[in-house]
Design a protein around this ligand. Structure first.
Ligand code: PRP
Ligand code: URA
Ligand code: MG
Length: 212
């Protein structure tokens, strides 16, 4: 597993506003989108391309195009949906698949409640988007799900990651495949309820409101 912490003053600034408890939902959503677009730039550094021949108005030239098959972006519902617009802005031709997972707040176990993905992901680059990597249970379950469908090249984009969760993902994935995590920051630790500290609270609730 590779880890890339996107170190950029604009990212640090936007993340600080995002963390602030006084930041209301509309601003939180807008900042999430902006941050994801910046992170997507880093996350797509190794996106597969191919050489193409084109004609400019004045000459024949070689260029670069995204290779087939198209990459697939997988937001993890619910909070990952807040990152979709920012990601597809940079990757407008990507296909989008959906995975719904919810962490049981007592046991911290991730339960899958929805999926809408192609059955065969062999040879596809998969971009998993979820703002929070806390215990890592949700991300491990998501990556395993993609592996079961043949994916072997998975790039995960998160806003925040906890050291405990990063270790869990590393231990679970091992050397089985090419997994990269791109994040805006690695925070300090998890509290006793599995929340990232200092973190930003419950990302889903801050994006979309509290549900029971
Ligand atoms: O690393 P973990 O300990 O598994 O926790 C991380 C998960 O928690 C949050 O989702 P949540 O379960 O709150 O669902 P939601 O997006 O519907 O709010 C977050 O968006 C991740 O999916
Ligand atoms: O801090 C955390 C941990 C898990 N999920 C969140 O939304 N926030
Ligand atoms: Mg939540």
């Amino acid at each position: 597993m590779r880890l890339h912490v996107a170190d950029h003053p604009l990212i640090a600034h936007k993340l600080t506003v995002l963390r602030d408890v006084r930041t209301p939902s509309p601003i939180f959503r807008q900042l999430t989108e902006e941050l994801v677009t910046l992170l997507a730039y880093e996350a797509t550094r190794d996106i597969r391309t191919e050489s193409v021949e084109i004609d400019t108005p004045v000459a024949h030239a070689m260029g670069t195009a995204l290779a087939e098959p198209r990459p697939i972006v997988v937001p993890i519902l619910r909070a990952g949906l807040g990152m979709l617009e920012g990601m597809t802005r940079l990757l407008p031709t990507a296909e989008v698949g959906f995975l719904g997972l919810q962490r049981n707040e007592e046991t911290l176990e991730a339960i899958t409640y929805a999926n809408r993905l192609p059955d065969d992901l062999t040879g596809r680059q998969c971009f998993v988007i979820d703002p929070m990597l806390a215990t890592g249970g949700t991300l491990v379950a998501s990556i395993e799900y993609l592996f079961e469908r043949g994916a072997r090249d998975v790039i995960c984009v998160t806003l925040l990651a906890a050291p405990e969760g990063l270790r869990t993902v590393q231990d679970a994935i091992g050397d089985r495949a090419d997994v990269t995590i791109v994040t805006a920051a690695v925070d300090d630790h998890l509290n006793e309820k599995g929340y990232i500290i200092p973190g930003l609270g419950d990302a889903g609730d801050r994006l979309y409101g509290v549900v029971d």
